[in-house]
Design a protein around this ligand. Structure first.
Ligand SMILES: [Mn+2]
Length: 424
């Protein structure tokens, strides 16, 4: 299904008076409001194909009803999200969960919905029925060259699918690691991973990138072969300029200062982009901004400062993606909330008085530095997000419009109550 624009406009009309009052109130205090709104209007976050169905845990999965049954329906769902928030104009596919059998038709459908294809993701963390060798003991790091070769070929196949769809990046996350001390020779595992990645790198088209994701634990619980940003950065550096490090917010040990990691990677030109989510304990993959919105703001503060320092475009300089999925919310509502939270953190970071912050840092005025940051963080920027969405033809309040227009009810009527999307 697709949303008719006049229905969104009608709901905006009902919300407009209150919005207008709130927007004028905040806009009066912002220098360069037009430039700020233009940045918000240009900002988009890619939606992962695996987050459009209700996520499961290892204990079970509770389908939410009206889930997309095919890649076409997943595209339609992203189209719905984008129609509402005008900030989700791309989809990140996961192979083999979402193999585009007819790439031309899929591409045409995406274009019709105003969407394009973000990074493609390979999967060597589970066995597929047709494959010859098992990934039980890893893939790109495996001790057996035949297994490594199979994993390399899978990645090159994913690139091929991506080329057909117009993607420009391959995102690699490996579950390779060990569960027990002594199981692996760490250097051997790293060298094998590097050699495998070098083969993949050699097969990348000229205008492609490879993004190397890291994660400290899970599904392996003693070591992960690409366990932290240092290991990812080392691989990306050895591979070459097309390779960089992908930061997934849930892939850190508790208490890790992610904003500092981001700052240094960006300084070195090795920050590929983000997988946004939120967590309280580990890789919880909860809705962005639901647990720790202040951390998200601090990360965006480093991003904005670092992107500006390198003269990079905020919207296109690095990859912005959501990687979240859980088991109790409506997936579309969850994604709308996540994109909204990301835009709020971005807008707050844009409001930071950089001159005052720098002056405070240079004079070691610690209290003032905190005041400057928190003045931005404590600003209710939602009217700015709403104004940018309205100007782009989206909804003033995407989640409220989704509910008002009874989108999920219509999806259930079309697709049925007991549908299960492929994915997590
Ligand atoms: Mn991820």
């Amino acid at each position: 299904m697709q949303l008719e624009k006049h229905l969104i406009d009608e709901h905006n009309h009902q919300l407009f008076k209150k919005h207008s009052r709130n927007f004028e109130h905040i806009a009066a205090d912002i220098d360069g409001i037009d430039s700020l709104l233009n940045k918000l209007k240009a900002f988009n976050v890619a939606i992962p194909s695996w987050a459009l169905g209700t996520g499961g845990t290892r204990f079970g999965r509770f389908s939410g009803g009206g889930e997309p049954r095919s890649l076409e329906e997943k595209l339609e769902d992203v189209g719905l999200i984008h129609a509402l928030n005008k900030s989700s104009n791309s989809i990140s596919l996961h192979i083999p969960w979402d193999i585009p059998d007819n790439a031309a038709a899929i591409k045409a459908l995406a274009a019709q919905l105003g969407l394009h294809f973000d990074a493609v993701n390979s999967n060597t963390f589970q066995d597929q029925s047709a494959q010859q060798h098992s990934y039980k003991f890893g893939s790109l790091h495996h001790v057996d060259k035949a297994v490594r070769q199979q994993a390399v070929e899978h990645n090159l196949q994913v690139v091929k699918y991506g080329v057909e769809l117009g993607s420009k990046a391959l995102s690699v996350w490996l579950s390779d690691g060990s569960n027990f001390p002594g199981q692996l020779n760490f250097r051997g595992a790293f060298q094998n991973t590097l050699e495998s990645l070098q083969q993949i790198y050699a097969g990348l088209p000229d205008d492609w990138k490879v993004w190397v994701e890291y994660k400290p634990y899970e599904p392996n619980f003693y070591s992960t072969t690409i366990g932290d940003w240092g290991q990812s950065y080392l691989l990306a550096s050895k591979l070459g300029p097309k390779a960089s490090t992908l930061v997934d917010l849930g892939h850190h040990l508790q208490g890790t200062n992610i904003e500092q990691i981001v700052s240094i990677l960006l300084m070195e030109g090795k920050l590929a982009g983000f997988h946004f989510n939120d967590s309280k304990y580990g890789d919880d993959d909860l809705t962005v901004g639901s647990i720790n919105p202040y951390q998200l703001f601090l990360i965006f503060n480093e991003l904005v400062e670092g992107l500006d320092a390198r003269g990079m475009n905020h919207a296109t300089g690095i990859g912005w993606m959501i990687d979240a999925s859980h088991n109790v919310k409506d997936p579309i509502e969850d994604l709308l909330q996540s994109v909204q939270a990301i835009k709020i953190a971005y807008a707050q970071a844009l409001l930071v008085d950089k001159v005052a912050l720098q002056a405070a840092q240079q004079s070691n005025d610690v209290a003032l530095a905190q005041e400057v940051l928190q003045a931005a963080y404590r600003t209710d920027v939602r009217p700015l997000i709403a104004e940018a969405s309205l100007a782009n033809g989206g909804s003033l309040d995407p989640l409220a419009t989704f509910r008002k227009l009874k989108v999920r009810e219509q999806l259930i009527a079309q697709r049925g109550l007991k549908t299960v999307a492929t994915g997590l």
